[in-house]
Design a protein around this ligand. Structure first.
Ligand code: CAA
Length: 259
């Protein structure tokens, strides 16, 4: 059977590819389980410094949940499972390393919810992003209503969620939903170059930077500042900080160890 999520390692970079291209990489149970277990594993792997997520095929990053499976799942049992642990897409946010999403083609529903749970989104010019859940009689239920408003503000989030309209990459860039737009042919290279660049930085610094911004955003200002002081002070005790300063003085390339 073909793997629904492909996994590749390139030095300190882990590359995950959603791989149901003939179904526009829509998320079935197998893809969900495999993604979740890979993310948990990678989060605990000190050698992995950045995760890159992309979609296989020419047409989509991910067209959302597998609609063909709708109606088969017992939603009460689903709620019981999610009540304490949250939705499975929340796993992306518990991963310690930065996650870069490379978005091309359709990025819809659960696909956009996954992309929003990643830390950096780069899109190609052909990307189309939408939350069409209301057209199916549901709402974005994987954190989409909460993440979208936090990313782009309440007004645009309500527009996207209620209108279900697909917005093109340029508009997604204008409203801050993606950080960069590149030609389709350059997406993989651009995303991999960015991920590799971040993987070359001291890994504890990139992990703590992610934590400070993401966790701090959910806290009152004073608590966020306290979190920042704690993480920032911890980083002053690392070997990598000394190595960065030494490499700067000695005009050489630093070698970071994640300590
Ligand atoms: N689930 C299951 N299969 C899907 C799918 C999805 N979300 N999206 C596309 N596919 C399948 C199609 O059924 C088709 O498969 P078959 O060849 O076996 O029929 C194949 O992918 C190609 O798609 P189309 O033939 O439909 O391609 P198109 O160019 O005509 O249309 C599209 C493309 C506009 C994206 C259309 O496929 C579409 O509207 N898909 C649904 C998108 C959507 O509404 N996603 C949100 C789902 S809800 C959600 O995601 C919330 C959640 O997490 C619970």
């Amino acid at each position: 059977m073909t793997e629904t999520v492909l996994f590749e390692r390139k030095d300190n970079l882990a590359i995950l590819t959603l791989n149901r291209p003939d179904q526009l990489n829509s998320i079935d149970e197998d893809m969900r389980n495999r993604l979740q277990s890979l993310l948990r594993e990678l989060s605990n792997d000190a050698d992995v410094r950045v995760i890159l997520l992309k979609g296989a095929g020419e047409r989509a990053f991910c067209a959302g949940a597998d609609i063909k499976g709708f109606g088969k799942v017992d939603s009460t049992a689903g709620y019981r499972n999610q009540r304490l642990d949250g939705h499975w897409i929340h796993t992306f946010e518990t991963v310690r390393q930065p996650i870069v999403a490379a978005i091309h083609g359709y990025c819809l529903g659960g696909g956009l919810e996954i992309a929003m749970a990643c830390d950096i989104r780069i899109a190609s010019e052909d990307a189309q992003l939408a939350l069409p859940e209301v057209t199916h009689g549901i709402i974005p239920g994987a954190g989409g209503t909460q993440r979208l408003a936090r990313l782009i503000g309440m007004g645009p989030a309500l527009y996207m969620t209620l209108s279900a309209e697909r917005i093109p990459a340029a508009e997604a860039h204008r409203i801050g939903l993606v950080s960069k737009v590149v030609p389709r042919a350059e997406l993989e290279t651009a995303a991999e170059q960015l991920a590799t660049k971040i993987a070359g930085f001291p890994p504890l610094a990139t992990r703590y930077a992610k934590e400070a911004v993401k966790r701090g955003f959910e806290m009152p200002y004073g608590d966020g500042m306290a979190l920042e002081i704690g993480l920032s002070t911890l980083l002053t005790t690392t070997e990598d900080r000394l190595e960065a300063a030494a490499a700067f003085r000695e005009k050489r390339k630093p070698v970071f160890k994640g300590r």
